[in-house]
Ligand binder design. Structure first.
Ligand SMILES: Nc1ncnc2c1ncn2[C@@H]1O[C@H](COP(=O)(O)OP(=O)(O)OP(=O)(O)O)[C@@H](O)[C@H]1O
Ligand SMILES: O=C([O-])CC(=O)C(=O)O
Ligand SMILES: [Ca+2]
Ligand SMILES: [Mn+2]
Length: 665
């Protein structure tokens, strides 16, 4: 895979822009024949009936239709018929009830298309039912499935059947995610069994809230029964991870076209050939998000549950339609599977310069991973989830998921332009007539999002892989306004801040000034990690040392005071700082050390006013600055206490250095 430092923009994407536009058909005036005027200015339509005309409109296409006579190593010996049957069996098995030990009668295609008579029907068991004994309704009906539909087909499904689906002025699909407009980390459950008992991180601070196998099966059955009760379900078969040696096959069964299109965009899209040889998925998601879990069920504390069973390689979603649960649920799975193969999974963005220099951008939600990795002067490898293996870096996903609150064309042109046909636009507000989106409107939620395929970014690096990182940038949005806009970190400091995973967002932006709230999330993604944070930290330290990567801390938050009196650091300044890191010029700058946090800050960065580089300069009230600095340092110290008893890696020396790399006061 990686290693060939010189990437080029091979991901240029454009819709057929009408190169062969011939203009309107010429009107020809023919001579009268037999005195009758023929309206024959165009050749006659090649259909005798309306039905025939409609049948001419669509031709058979590749994505969901097996191709005949595949050549090469995988030349198939089975017939089309056989393959269709296998696909039906596979999907029927996915949707099987495990209590009734039977799969539903599944049939491919849209139930609304009555004329399409089911040709292939799969039964897990043949039913010989007698009318007197109870047979559940779902065993009497077909479960129609719509398999790997195209964005255009999914648009039609969404607009026809899902209230709240609209096409925006630029062609994106605007949709509502329902009552939940963000993830529900407190409703995540992980099956605790003999294997995960020892492997996973449990207890205080861990995101893995336990459930038992039985309860998982109860929820699984609930989801499967719900899905089978519907007219139709959507099935996506796709991949995770661009590293060909560590690709994971995922199947997503969902009830909404919105969910299917979201995952179409976010996971890696298989080629028709890959789909033909897809076989059995490595992992399956059952998204029955419209349907709640039963709160009488053991372990359930709300009507939302996102359940992960690593042994069964399955995830069940009940009671939330927020699509990000699927994306981040799979990310959790990768955080388990990849470290087992000595591959580090990362909640980070990633891009690459023209000379092949790779940078990682770590940070919690809203700190700038997507914004800063999407850089017109660099190749985008990915915006949120990556793997770092012996071969280099690879993106886990096939798409990006950008925050779009206050999105502007000027500041974020590439993201702006990616919001077009095919893009899912969640929970935004738009003009009812022009369908122009108002990105400043928070009426539905502040967490408005756009999910688009990565090739919608013009300089995406396809395949999304790259060599070993040169710079590791830790992003913190410090609403206290005391962290410097940029500091160079030692390895121990990098590890200290990586394990801390700090950011501070503002509690409520609606009325008045509210205290910033510090969040500490180990590895900048505690909600998604499965093993103890020190496992990932040790791997990161080892890789950074081995490949000589430099760590940086960049504050994308406040300057000139805390939230309320100061302002968020201007995005153009942050971009200049990031440019200086990429170019290497910041390495050569002059540095001075700050008090308390002991951070090395440059005295000059090209394009950035020097006075803002030292936060104290920007505060009018120096006492307030010092008090706030100490307050934040105290929060860091408290948070790190849980980690003081752990060893990081094999080297006891590094552990000591990491402990000493925190604030001293
Ligand atoms: N100085 C700045 N640096 C970075 N982002 C900024 C800055 N000022 C404002 N922003 C805004 O902050 C937001 C950063 O969000 P972004 O989507 O990049 O977060 P993220 O780290 O990718 O989070 P998630 O993991 O939730 O996707 C954007 O809306 C961006 O416009
Ligand atoms: O998962 C989400 O909903 C958005 C995201 O990227 C994050 O929170 O890190
Ligand atoms: Ca993001
Ligand atoms: Mn994220």
């Amino acid at each position: 895979m990686a290693g060939n430092g010189s990437g080029h923009a091979n991901g240029e994407f454009s819709f057929g822009n009408g190169t062969a536009r011939n203009g309107l058909a010429k009107i020809q005036t023919h001579k009268k024949q037999n005195g009758i005027c023929h309206d024959d200015s165009a050749p006659p339509v090649k259909a005798q009936t309306i039905d025939e005309l409609h049948s001419l409109q669509k031709k058979k296409s590749a994505p969901t239709t097996p191709i005949k006579g595949t050549q090469g190593a995988f030349a198939s010996t089975i017939s089309d018929e056989e393959r269709q049957k296998q696909q039906l069996q596979s999907i029927s098995a996915s949707l099987a009830s495990l209590t009734r030990e039977t799969g539903p009668k599944v049939v491919k295609g849209d139930p609304a298309r009555k004329s399409e008579t089911p040709k292939h029907v799969a039964h897990a068991h043949e039913h010989h039912f007698t009318p007197t004994i109870s047979v559940s309704d779902s065993s009497l009906k077909f479960t129609h499935f719509l398999y790997n539909l195209s964005p255009a087909e999914l648009y039609e499904q969404a607009i026809k059947y899902e209230k709240g689906s609209f096409i925006t002025e630029t062609g994106a699909l605007a949709t509502l995610s329902g009552a939940k407009t963000g993830r529900s980390p407190r409703d995540k459950r992980v099956v605790r069994d003999e294997t995960t008992e020892d492997d996973l991180w449990w207890g205080k601070g861990s995101p893995n809230i336990e459930m038992d196998e039985h309860t998982f099966m109860v929820n699984r059955e609930r989801a499967v029964d719900y899905l089978n009760s519907l007219d139709k379900v959507f099935v996506n078969d796709q991949f995770l991870n661009w590293d060909p040696e560590n690709k994971i096959k995922v199947r997503i069964v969902s009830a909404r076209a919105y969910h299917s299109l979201f995952m179409h965009n976010m996971c890696i899209r298989p080629t028709p050939e890959e789909l033909e040889n897809f076989g059995t998925p490595d992992f399956t998601i059952y998204n029955a998000g419209q349907f709640p879990c039963n709160r009488y069920t053991h372990y359930m504390t709300s009507s939302t549950s996102i359940d992960l069973n690593l042994a069964r390689r399955e995830m069940v979603i009940l009671g939330t339609q927020y699509a990000g649960e699927m994306k981040k649920g799979l990310f959790s799975v990768m955080h388990y599977l990849m470290p087992k193969r000595q591959i580090l999974s990362l909640h980070s963005g990633c891009n690459m310069g023209k000379d092949g220099d790779v940078a990682l951008f770590f940070g919690l939600s809203g700190t700038g991973k997507t914004t800063l990795s999407t850089d017109h002067n660099r190749f985008l490898i990915g915006d949120d989830e990556h793997c770092w293996s012996e071969n280099g870096v690879s993106n886990i996903e096939g798409g990006c998921y950008a925050k779009c609150i206050d999105l502007s064309r000027e500041k974020e042109p590439d993201i702006w332009n990616a919001i077009k046909f095919g893009t899912v636009l969640e929970n935004v507000v738009f003009d009812e007539h022009t369908r122009e989106v108002d990105y400043s409107d928070k009426s539905v939620t502040e967490n408005t999002r756009a999910a688009y395929p990565i090739e919608y970014i013009p300089n995406a690096k396809i395949p999304c892989v790259g060599p070993h990182p040169k710079n590791v940038i830790l992003l913190a949005c410090d609403a206290f306004g005391v962290l410097p806009p940029v500091s160079k970190l030692s390895l121990a400091q990098t590890m200290y801040h990586f394990i801390s995973g700090y950011t501070a967002l503002v509690a409520g932006t609606e009325e008045g000034v509210k205290e910033p709230q510090a969040t500490f999330s180990a590895c900048f993604g505690a909600a998604f990690i499965m093993l103890h944070p020190t496992k990932y930290a040790a791997m990161l330290a080892e890789k950074m040392m081995k490949h000589g990567a430099t760590g940086w801390l960049v504050n994308t938050g406040w300057s000139g005071g805390s939230y309320g009196s100061g302002n968020r650091i201007k995005l153009p300044y942050t971009r200049k700082i990031i440019d200086a890191i990429h170019s290497g010029s910041l390495l050569d700058a002059n540095y001075k050390k700050t008090k308390v946090f002991g951070l090395e800050i440059p005295t000059e960065v090209e394009g950035v006013p020097s006075e803002i580089l030292e936060p104290m300069n920007t505060w009018a009230d120096k006492n307030a600055y010092n008090a706030t600095l100490l307050k934040l340092a105290g929060l860091f110290k408290n948070n790190f206490e849980t980690f003081t008893n752990y060893k990081i890696g094999k080297d006891g020396k590094l552990t000591e250095e990491i402990l000493a790399a925190g604030p001293i006061f």
